[in-house]
Write a protein that binds this ligand. Structure first.
Ligand code: HAM
Length: 434
């Protein structure tokens, strides 16, 4: 029986294939390591939540009318007749865990800063940078209404991209204001859009009734033309919302972080208020790719029956990030070096070869050997492919004399060493040759 991976999913292999969107696992590790190290500098700690949750976790938080919930969720009834969803995003799950484990209690450090990484699931039409199982690295910060938190989180995302070497990216910001600002704006938008109801795309016409702000985000050409003259949220902010947005802009400037404002940006999830942002790249094709998005969600913890607690976070798509890195031709320093490859000549050295590589590994070095009893030439070729720094050769003669030949693969300098020394102090040999 021949089976293939489900549509819209990928295998992450140790080697790079020509196939679209197939990246080396070492590239993934590199990206994750940089994220961990940057997030640690900002005192974020890792949280791991289940990849499936009760359906309501997402339907309530992300919004019943959002595309994610209404069209893209993988949901099913389990054998106990519970309505379950594979997670389409991380925020709602992390908020659920934050409330469930009372991480808001006084014994915990506030603000609570959490990061996560792992697979997310959305039933979307697969294309470059869009899959049905994709991976996010995300962060959530609970307990601060200070706009400095918005800016610090954004700064952390930008520092992460900078550390990876991305150049062709843009920070786009907007505000959705607080609830009352948004309600006034919502009405103004409905008043503006209603006369165009019949000219709007089908999707936008239905959104007009359920979630009119989403119309601003439409990619349909007709909608874009109509939306061009729509009122702007920025003209409907009350004093507090205005002050928050002004503070965010001032603080971004204080950190010399360039940004553009897109007052039509609304994001596809319902839980946001005040600051929202996206990081886009123009390195792939003609259209802009969104690699990262996030914002403030001050009401969400309360929505999950927790105490009034502010929230700010973002998530980035790892596949899209890797595509962007590739498009910018950035080489990731992700290949772990092999310190020694042992060329083992003949069955008679099999046990000794096993002991030697084991001893070298026990001393903290990476080592590999031939186990297929191949000819010397084939083994040297493998050492080459693995980019080994040192190549050791062990044949029956060497073993009888209790020595081993070790050479620097680059300089070709070769010396014979007593096996005892390899067992006891390989570091000295390594230092001598490298
Ligand atoms: P989001 O904008 O839905 O936000 O997703 C964040 C990122 O995930 C996107 O910018 C994109 O890079 C990636 N992404 C989304 N869908 C796909 C897909 N089908 N295939 C590949 N990549 C994809 C959120 O999920 C929010 N939870 C972010 C957040 C955290 N807001 C506050 N805290």
């Amino acid at each position: 029986m021949k089976l293939q991976r489900p549509k819209g999913t990928n295998d992450i292999l140790p080697i790079e294939l020509k196939e679209k969107e197939q990246f080396k696992s070492s590239d993934w590790q590199h990206v994750e390591q940089v994220a961990r190290s940057v997030f640690a500098d900002y005192q974020y700690q890792e949280i791991r939540t289940p990849i499936f949750e009760n359906y309501e976790v997402f339907s309530r938080a992300v919004g019943d009318t959002s595309d994610i919930v209404s069209k893209e969720m993988y949901d099913f009834y389990d054998k106990g007749n519970r309505h379950i969803s594979l997670r389409p995003e991380g925020t709602a799950a992390v908020v659920r865990a934050y409330v469930e484990h009372k991480l808001f209690a006084p014994e915990h450090i506030s603000p609570t800063k959490l990061f996560y990484q792992g697979p997310m699931f959305r039933f979307e039409r697969p294309q470059a940078g869009r899959s049905r199982q994709f991976h996010q690295i995300g962060v959530e910060c609970f307990g601060s209404v200070n706009p400095a938190t918005d800016v610090e989180s954004i700064a952390m995302a930008m520092r992460f991209f900078d550390q990876l070497g991305l150049k062709r990216i843009t920070l786009v910001i907007n505000t959705l204001g607080d609830k009352s600002s948004r309600e006034t704006f919502r009405q103004a938008l409905i008043d503006y859009l209603l006369p165009f109801k019949d000219e709007l795309s089908e999707d936008s016409a239905s959104r007009l009734a359920k979630n009119p702000l989403r119309v601003l985000d439409s990619k349909d050409k007709r909608d874009i033309a109509i939306v061009a003259n729509a009122p702007s949220i920025l003209d409907y902010l009350n004093e507090a919302s205005q002050a928050h947005f002004e503070a965010v802009k001032t603080m971004l400037e204080a950190l010399n972080i360039p940004y553009v404002i897109d007052s039509n940006m609304v994001r596809g999830l319902d839980y946001y208020n005040h600051t929202i942002f996206e990081v886009t790249s123009d390195a792939i094709g003609n259209a802009k790719t969104t690699i990262c998005g996030g914002g403030r969600y001050d009401g969400l913890v309360e929505y999950f029956d927790g105490p009034k607690t502010a929230g700010f976070g973002f998530a980035l798509g790892v596949e899209r990030l890797l595509l962007t890195l590739k498009a910018e031709e950035i080489k990731l320093a992700s290949n772990l070096p092999l310190n020694v490859y042992l060329v083992a000549l003949g069955e008679s050295v099999n046990v000794a070869a096993l002991q030697i590589v084991q001893a070298i590994r026990n001393q903290g070095f990476s080592a590999e050997r031939d186990v297929l009893n191949r000819k010397a030439k084939a083994q040297f070729k493998t050492a080459d492919k693995l980019n080994s720094e040192l190549i050791a050769t062990l044949g029956e003669d060497e073993l009888n004399q209790s020595v081993i030949k070790i050479k620097n693969a680059k300089t070709r300098e070769e010396r014979a060493y007593p096996l005892n020394q390899v067992y006891q102090d390989f570091a000295l040999i390594y230092d001598e040759l490298i």
